[in-house]
Design a protein around this ligand. Structure first.
Ligand SMILES: Cc1ncc(COP(=O)(O)O)c(C=O)c1O
Length: 435
């Protein structure tokens, strides 16, 4: 069964995968006696898996895909097979050290000096929540009063609003959706608020819809003079810090108090894996460390327990696949892979400018390209997207930019080539329903 699994993974990753899931079949029932592991595996392979979209397919260009390396996949499988509890040094041993090394690499990319530290959580949503909980911990008034306002870039990911709601806070938006937030706009918003009521400012380093990076240096300065915690959501965009030519766009990120970067997006790691990084990890530890008789009896105060830095206790050692892949491939391969994605995005933008039936909706940011098919309305975009899916051409979905429907391509897979781009763009020449 294991070799069957290995073969299936190899085929799925190397052969062109049909993008059209077949009609949903009936799942085997949960019964009192069970059907056995072999029949269950067969059902997984032949019934369930074919109905899923492989997000590492070269023409999965919707949302934010992913493209895990074989080394990361093997480490991820080993984690499950070994039943490792990743919350504490006591149980996870040197796996904690490996995760720490992976977090250190991410801190270095951001420009965080020691003792900055981070931990791996399930996704950008949990990373953002954990960072904001830490931010609030540092701002609780002496009388115990909690601040309740999170000021977020208007293009902030929906998870920031979700975090605010979990925390009993509300979001005040700064700037306009689909545009980068700058210092003047943030100042205007902060001047209208009571600073004591502000938990944090959340800025984007790679907005999901547009890829835009807020003016992080101006925003960091605004926050510093007011003593406000700055969280930068670089869940998608942070990987581009690896590209020397793009680092200037992130200037100021090193002054943020916390940063989210998701290796399961553009850093070649399987779902689920996101990092929350803290400039001063001691505040995060105070905010998140859980205390209970059965924990306190065994946890040394100086233990390096990943459980202590986010909203979790039991956890998967999600940083292990990141570390294993870095060790296997070397960091240069990461730089090359990210640069390649940026170059393919640049190629797509150039082609769109050249083809008479297409036009860019805006200058592309990072590896997100937003564009229009001239003459099309929402209905045609929906039709084309559904037809492209059904034909196995690509998964590309519409979105809006400045209120108008557009198509969006997001490049995070170094196996996506300019040929894939050409295939998608030429399919837009025809009638919306017939590609
Ligand atoms: C900028 C940004 N932040 C946060 C998230 C949420 O991440 P996750 O889906 O891993 O929870 C996303 C997801 O696309 C994102 O793009």
């Amino acid at each position: 069964m294991l070799s069957d699994l290995a073969r299936w993974i190899a085929d799925r990753r190397e052969a062109p995968v049909p993008m059209r899931p077949p009609r949903r079949s009936r799942l085997p029932d949960v019964t009192r006696s069970g059907i056995g592991i072999q029949a269950t595996w067969t059902a997984l392979r032949d019934v369930l898996m074919p109905t899923t979209f492989p997000t590492d397919h070269p023409r999965y260009l919707a949302f934010v895909g992913g493209a895990p390396t074989p080394a990361a996949v093997i480490a991820d499988a080993a984690l499950s097979a070994a039943s490792i509890y990743g919350g504490s040094e006591l149980e996870a041993g040197d796996v904690v050290a490996a995760e720490r090394a992976a977090a250190r690499w991410l801190c270095d990319i951001v420009g965080y000096p020691p003792p900055s530290h981070g931990v791996f959580v399930s996704g950008g949503s949990m990373a953002n929540l954990s960072a904001l909980v830490a931010a609030r911990h540092g701002r609780i008034a002496p009388d115990g009063e909690l601040p309740r306002v999170i000021v977020a870039s208007a293009s902030a990911h929906s998870s920031v609003r979700a975090a605010a709601s979990i925390m009993g806070c509300h979001v005040v938006s700064a700037g306009s959706p689909d545009q980068r937030l700058d210092g003047d706009e943030l100042t205007r918003v902060l001047d209208s608020l009571d600073g004591r009521d502000v938990v944090a400012v959340v800025a984007n380093a790679g907005a999901t819809n547009t890829g835009a990076i807020d003016a992080l240096d101006e925003i960091a300065e605004c926050c510093e003079v007011r003593g406000i915690w700055l969280h930068v959501d670089a869940a998608y965009g942070g990987a581009a810090l690896l590209a020397p030519g793009r680092r200037a766009e992130f200037r100021g990120i090193q002054h943020a108090d916390s940063v989210t970067i998701d290796p399961h997006k553009w850093l070649f790691t399987p779902f689920d894996c996101a990092a929350v990084l803290y400039l001063d990890p001691s505040i995060a530890r105070e905010a998140h460390r859980q205390s209970a008789a059965y924990l306190d009896a065994v946890d040394a105060d100086d233990a390096d327990n990943p459980a202590d830095y986010a909203t979790h206790l039991s956890r998967r050692a999600r940083g292990l696949p990141v570390w294993a892949s870095l060790v296997a491939n070397g960091t240069d391969a990461y730089v090359d892979a990210v640069e390649f994605c940026l170059a393919v995005a640049g190629y797509a933008a150039k082609q769109i400018e050249t083809l008479p039936y297409l036009e860019l909706a805006t200058e592309p940011h990072l590896s997100v390209v937003l564009f229009r098919r001239r003459g099309w309305m929402q209905e045609q975009y929906d039709q084309w997207s559904a037809a492209a899916q059904a034909a196995g051409t690509a998964l590309v979905t519409p979105t809006t930019f400045d209120g108008d429907p557009v198509l969006r391509l997001c490049f995070v897979n170094p196996l996506t080539t300019t040929d894939d781009v050409d295939l998608v763009l030429t399919s837009l020449e025809c009638d919306a329903s017939s590609n």
